[in-house]
Design a protein. Structure first.
Length: 552
């Protein structure tokens, strides 16, 4: 926390973008009274202020210096220089001074703005009562969302309350316990639900918090809180979790997700690819609405297409590719699966080709050449795939086109597939394999195109846990899920330390191709301290009540 918080910070930036329709005020004269105008029945500037908070919601698209956060997990490596900031997350290189995913200051700035809105919006005589209620609920949810961004990174953090501080106030605040923070966020979700818009949002309100968006955040927070890292997994350190394990936390998480399932407002999109490129997919509960464009393609598409230039920033790993089993539902390690190491992409889970571009895959009207010396992996100093793979997820259906066309690139925070997986995981942990668990997982597998998609009813709780985690891995790659999942499951040490991450070295011969798995990056994870980010040094020196996370 800073020594002080200015309540007017950011207001001028909001004001510059628009004018009141009934009077003009110079920028230098903008004050808080002008924002919360007691004569503004349309809430023009109050709404602009609220939208400014929405604009601060994180967009995971190439968020870490042109890289996806997943390039800091086992799912990808950056195609850029090994010194790229995201590599610090995978190699244990972050410090109290340098963390490419440090969101402390930006999150608290947004929390302050949301609190400022909640403290002052009642002054605005907005004539639309329904909108008025919703705006209050939206600000409350935005604040809860940014608190959650902090908690999942740092553990228990300072809760600053409902009063916006001024220069003269003492803001030396200590960290609240993890339990207190979780309860606060969950309670904020519960308080906001009744005031928010019904689902699904209409076109005008798309991208704003709705009732089910609040419920989805609550379900996710409870799932994390029930997970191994937090649920009694920190030897009594209540800043970073619960002191003791309680199985009922899994039940709370399952119950919260079940509400969304039983409502029936959302369903799985019949086309997995459509979820990410159609702005009104029936699967999307809440996301950040972006404009039409080709940004993901230009940043991550394969190199050396003259009609579709791209930077190829993201290199999926062999670990991610191997997570996708065969179309018959079996893992590639199963002797009866039919996997062929020298024909590695035939007969695979269809989600592989929706997520990763590999050698021979159809793209922009031709077969990809990611073999050594191929068009899409020529070697030399040009930024290109480090693994023989490029990311395909989030891109349009450009398999047979000559160039990229504009389409939507909304960043999705909550979608129905995750709700099903959240529910299956929580219920399996609480009660073991039940028909509801199987049904939820099988819906995901059926939509993916696995045949057969059904699971044996004789499998154990542990085996079903592995299947659920694998489905989550495949289904939600590059959605900022895997990075946090391996932490909350408390398996990050195993994932990062067991061996280097790998790619594929492909040699073209007269008879075809030779495929050899090769190491590409040695990762590291210090389990004594790295499950939680360090509190930034600037916060430690400015707040005498701040307590650093263990090991930092």
């Amino acid at each position: 926390m800073k020594k002080y918080i200015l309540i007017i910070t950011g207001l001028i930036a909001v004001m510059v973008s628009c004018k009141k329709t009934y009077e003009s005020v110079p920028v230098e004269a903008v004050t808080s009274d002008y924002i919360w105008d007691t004569k503004d029945s349309n809430g023009i500037y109050a709404s602009q202020y609220l939208f400014d908070i929405y604009a601060n919601l994180p967009d995971g698209t190439n968020r870490i210096s042109k890289d996806f956060l997943d390039a800091g997990s086992d799912d990808a490596v950056t195609s850029q220089t090994i010194a790229a900031p995201v590599t610090l997350l995978a190699t244990g290189g972050i410090t109290i001074f340098n963390n490419p995913d440090d969101v402390w200051a930006s999150s608290y700035e947004s929390i302050r703005k949301a609190t400022y809105f909640l403290s002052n919006f009642s002054k605005v005589p907005l004539k639309n009562v329904y909108e008025r209620r919703s705006w209050f609920g939206e600000a409350r949810m935005l604040r809860a969302f940014f608190y959650w961004e902090l908690v999942k990174r740092y553990g228990g953090i300072p809760l600053v309350g409902d009063t916006v501080k001024s220069l003269s106030d003492d803001v030396q605040i200590g960290r609240s316990s993890f339990e207190t923070c979780v309860n606060y966020i969950v309670n904020e979700c519960d308080r906001a639900v009744d005031s928010l818009r019904d689902d699904p949002a209409d076109d005008v309100s798309y991208g704003r918090f709705t009732k089910d968006a609040a419920r989805a955040l609550k379900a996710k927070v409870l799932l994390y809180a029930a997970s191994n890292l937090y649920n009694g997994g920190n030897t009594g350190d209540t800043l970073n979790g619960y002191a003791t394990y309680d199985a009922n936390r899994w039940k709370r998480a399952a119950d919260a997700a079940k509400i969304l399932i039983d409502e029936g407002k959302y369903q799985l999109d019949s086309d997995f690819r459509n979820v990410f490129i159609a702005q009104r997919s029936v699967e999307v509960i809440f996301g950040k609405a972006n404009t039409l464009g080709q940004f993901i393609e230009s940043q991550n598409g394969p190199i050396n297409f003259s009609t579709a230039p791209a930077a190829g920033n993201t290199s999926p790993t062999q670990e991610l590719v191997d997570a996708y089993g065969m179309a018959n539902g079996l893992p590639i390690t199963d002797a009866s699966a039919g996997y062929k190491p020298q024909d590695p992409y035939t007969g695979r889970d269809p989600r592989l080709s929706y997520t990763v571009l590999y050698n021979g895959a159809q793209w922009l009207g031709t077969a990809m050449q990611t073999f050594n010396g191929g068009v899409n992996r020529p070697g030399g100093t040009t930024v290109q795939t480090q693994t023989s793979y490029y990311m395909r997820k989030f891109m349009g259906n450009f398999e047979n086109t000559a160039k990229y066309e504009d389409h939507y690139h909304d960043w999705i925070y909550f979608r129905f597939a995750e709700v099903l997986l959240n529910y299956a995981e929580a219920l399996n942990e609480y009660s073991g394999p039940t028909e509801d668990v199987f049904a939820s997982v099988e819906k995901i597998r059926k939509r993916a195109g696995l045949d057969p998609f059904a699971l044996s009813r004789s499998i154990s709780k542990d085996s079903l846990r592995s299947i659920i985690r694998n489905e989550r891995h495949k289904e939600m790659a590059f959605e900022e899920q895997r990075y946090w999942d391996i932490r909350r499951w408390k398996i990050a040490g195993e994932v990062y330390n067991k061996q280097p991450l790998h790619g594929m070295s492909i040699t073209r011969t007269a008879d075809g191709f030779l495929y050899n798995i090769v190491p590409v990056l040695t990762t590291a994870f210090d389990e004594k301290k790295m499950y939680f980010y360090p509190i930034p040094n600037r916060e430690m020196v400015s707040n005498d009540k701040m307590r650093q996370n263990p090991g930092w």
